[in-house]
Each structure stands twice: as C-alpha cells, then as structure tokens.
Design a binder for this molecule. Structure first.
Ligand SMILES: [Zn+2]
Length: 295
C-alpha cells in the first residue's frame, strides 16, 4: 500500500528556517547577534507564455534550499519567511501579475527587521530575485541600518554564465537563465513550444542609456518593450545549462555566507548619531519605528 501523499510541512533546511523552530529554540540560538538572517524577496508576475508567474518567488525558495545544502553545519545562517509578492508595476496589464506598492514592500521589510531585532538577531541579508524590488530594498536597508542598528546587505552570487552581450544587457526577463533554471527544476511547468526570443528595440541597446544594466537607465513598462512578455532569448535556456547554473550560483551564494565576517568585525567605528551597537542603543532606536505597522 502506498503512503498517502503529504506535503512537506517545512523545507529540508528546517533547522535554519525560523518558522520551523519553536520559540524556545529561537530564544536559545547562540549565534543570533551575528548570524545572517536571509529574507528572500521575489515577485508573482507574468514570465512570458512559457513560464509560470511564480518564477521569481519560486527561485527564492530554490536558492534557499540549495544554499542550505551547501553550508557547513558550523556556519550559522537562518532563513526568514520569504516576501513572495513584489513591486511589479512594470508588468501592469499582463494577466497573472500581482503588485504591491513600494510602500508596502518597504513596510513589510521594516516589520520583519524590527521583529528579528527584538528577538536578538543582528544581521539581515536580502536575497532578491526580482529587479523591480531593488531600488526600494536599497533605501529600506539604509533605513533599517540607521534606525535599528541591524547590519544589512544583499546576498549576491558572483558567477559568469558566459552569455552573449545582447542577453547580458537586454535579457532582462523570462530570459535564457530563468528559462534554464525552470527547465532544470520544474520542466513540467514549462512549455518550450511557446518560448520565443524577443529583445527590446535594438535602439534601446545603444549607447549609455538602456533599460537596465547600463550607466543610465530609463523607466519602462513591459508592454512598451515586449509583445510576448519575454525580454531575452528564452529558447536558449536548456535544462542542461540550468542544472549547471543552479549549481554554480548556489555554491557562490553559500561561499559568500561562509566568508562574511560577523558584523562586529566589519564595524569597528561607531556611526554618528547611533553610538556603538549596545543593546540600549538598539532598543532606543527601535522605538522610532514602533508605530509603522502594515495596515
Ligand atoms: Zn523573473
């Protein structure tokens, strides 16, 4: 007799996943003051006709799972519940896109940071899988550092996928890499018969001013630059490439975590206005954010 199919209640890295721990386990964690807590920030948005709309938020979970598998048990690192809906207003008008405002994203992150701080954590690291979130995250992390005294930063992988220049500069969405990752992890959710190669107008690729990854960028919405919703060479994203890229990227993320020193070692000087990061300073500065609950 086959056992009934039960969904796994927690990810395989449960011992690092804060929602999978009890209150006493969280209270007793010995390394909270400097172990990074990773918050994945993603999006639910159209990813062309061939990929599911959950790609970005799904990838946050995939990276978390694979990073945890690469970490030595001696390396302290925890995972907060992810923020799965992002600031995706550039995809407005395409079915399947959910959008939160910049203010909602900022407030969610501040609320999570404040609770982590109150539980005794000292470092917050963002694993962002959606470009539309980036600007908001940058200024919100500055705010969290200044107000709460938490050390904050982005977890970024240092990898070279060997992609052609056009894909690197204009393959912004539902592109070769995203298609390859999904082909590797969930081929049953990918319809390659609908995958096309479509780039924004080549005129947008010239000079210093481009939609993304350029010295100067301009604001755009997907409907202006893509008919299919794809920006990139989706058919080039094979499962074989996906498996390789998943492996080298997860390894790079894990190496960054392993190599990052505790905040105390990174910061020797007190910052103006905050003093040293003693518990009193933290508690006082936390007060200024106390009323910013999400409605
Ligand atoms: Zn994406």
């Amino acid at each position: 007799m086959t056992a009934p199919l039960m969904p796994a209640p927690f990810p395989s890295y449960r011992q690092r996943y804060l929602p999978g721990l009890t209150l006493n386990q969280i209270k007793a964690l010995p390394d909270k003051a400097w172990a990074p807590v990773i918050v994945a920030t993603g999006a639910i948005e159209q990813h062309g006709p061939h990929l599911p709309v959950a790609v970005d938020s799904l990838m946050g979970q995939v990276w978390s799972e694979r990073i945890a598998a690469h970490l030595s048990p001696a390396t302290p690192c925890y995972f907060a519940p992810p923020i799965t809906i992002g600031k995706s207003n550039e995809h407005v008008g395409f079915p399947g896109t959910l959008i939160i405002s910049k203010d909602t994203l900022r407030r969610q992150l501040i609320v999570i940071a404040r609770q982590l701080h109150q539980w005794g954590f000292g470092q917050l690291s963002i694993l962002n899988t959606h470009g539309g979130n980036t600007d908001v995250l940058i200024y919100t992390l500055h705010e969290i550092e200044a107000e709460l005294g938490l050390a904050t930063g982005f977890l970024r992988a240092d990898v070279d996928y060997g992609l052609p220049e056009k894909e690197r500069s204009l393959g912004m969405h539902a592109n070769t890499a995203e298609t390859a990752w999904l082909q590797a992890i969930a081929p049953q959710y990918v319809d390659m018969s609908l995958a096309v190669s479509e780039y924004p107008d080549p005129a947008a690729a010239s000079g210093q001013l481009r939609p993304e990854a350029a010295p100067a960028t301009f604001a755009w919405v997907t409907a202006d630059v893509s008919r299919s919703g794809i920006m990139g060479d989706a058919p080039a994203g094979t499962a074989e490439r996906g498996h390789h890229w998943l492996e080298i990227t997860a390894r790079s993320y894990a190496q960054k975590i392993t190599a990052s020193p505790p905040p105390a070692k990174r910061r020797s000087k007190p910052r103006p206005g905050l003093g040293r990061h003693d518990p009193w300073t933290r508690r006082r500065s936390a007060g200024s954010l106390r009323h910013e609950w999400i409605a």
